[in-house]
Write a protein that binds this ligand. Structure first.
Ligand SMILES: NC(=O)c1ccc[n+]([C@@H]2O[C@H](COP(=O)([O-])OP(=O)(O)OC[C@H]3O[C@@H](n4cnc5c(N)ncnc54)[C@H](OP(=O)(O)O)[C@@H]3O)[C@@H](O)[C@H]2O)c1
Length: 229
């Protein structure tokens, strides 16, 4: 791994490069191809690399909670929380439908119970089935109010949030303006096909500016850290 911006260096302290000063912080981490695809063959794996995986684990080790949309949990057969770098941040999955299999790895292969973030209109029977398996947070009525959800996580002491996608959840976070940071891994690949972008579900244009904090590089993969302020 080397740094290209704001200065050049072949010795990068990744933990220092991604350190956060603020008491509360919402960071989103995505991988994309050079042509903006968020998946290859329906998964993010084809966009990853050894350095990307190292960063993925480091960001988990630096957070209080991992926030992820139910589409990603279902599509990527998400595993539960594992100890990384001395911490075991719980996985908080956002879902309205609560179409989450209690026998899936999220609930069975985990060191700490997951958090389910849902809304008041979620199916009551499904909610009951998950009550004993997860800490259930209700935020919003017919969809999850992500700002309220993040406040409720903070009330539990989970003030540093790492969102690992997917595109629809990112759309909600961006629209609610709760984002502090976007970490984007850009893979040296033209994906083509019908893959979506890292953001989805937004009717309106945002055109929100980002400040480039650094650019790192490893084997052609670029690691861009952006701040919203
Ligand atoms: N390249 C990458 O870095 C990366 C990262 C993550 C995911 N992905 C890819 O993205 C794809 C999944 O895309 P996606 O957009 O469907 O994923 P997603 O954003 O993880 O999931 C969308 C689902 O999350 C729930 N959800 C999110 N925000 C909500 C809100 N505010 N209120 C209520 N429900 C909310 C809903 O679940 P319910 O349907 O249960 O109500 C919604 O259908 C997968 O193919 C995955 O591989 C790629």
């Amino acid at each position: 791994m080397r740094r290209l911006l704001p200065d050049t260096s072949t010795e990068v302290d990744l933990r220092a490069a991604y350190a956060v000063d603020a008491d509360r912080h919402v960071r989103v981490n995505f991988a994309s191809s050079a042509d903006g695809a968020v998946t290859v063959d329906g998964r993010s794996r084809g966009l990853s690399s050894e350095a990307d995986r190292e960063l993925f684990h480091l960001l988990r080790a630096m957070t209080d909670v991992v926030l992820v949309g139910a589409g990603t949990v279902r599509g990527e057969n998400y595993g539960g929380a594992r100890e990384t770098g001395g911490k075991t941040p719980p996985i908080a999955v956002v879902s309205r439908s609560l179409d989450l299999d209690p026998a899936s790895r999220l609930f069975t292969d985990t060191q700490v119970p997951p958090i389910v973030v849902t809304c008041a209109d979620a199916p009551a029977e499904r909610r009951k089935a998950l009550d004993s398996l997860a800490d259930v947070i209700v935020a919003g009525t017919d969809s999850v109010d992500v700002e309220m959800a993040i406040d409720q996580l903070a009330d539990r002491g989970l003030k540093h949030v790492l969102c690992e996608g997917g595109p629809h959840l990112f759309g909600w976070l961006a629209a609610a303006k709760v984002l502090d940071e976007l970490d984007l891994s850009l893979a040296p690949l033209i994906a083509g096909g019908r893959a979506g972008r890292i953001i989805a579900g937004l009717e309106s244009q945002l055109a929100d500016p980002l400040q480039l904090v650094h650019v790192l590089e490893d084997e052609g993969h670029l690691f861009l850290r952006y701040s919203t302020t």
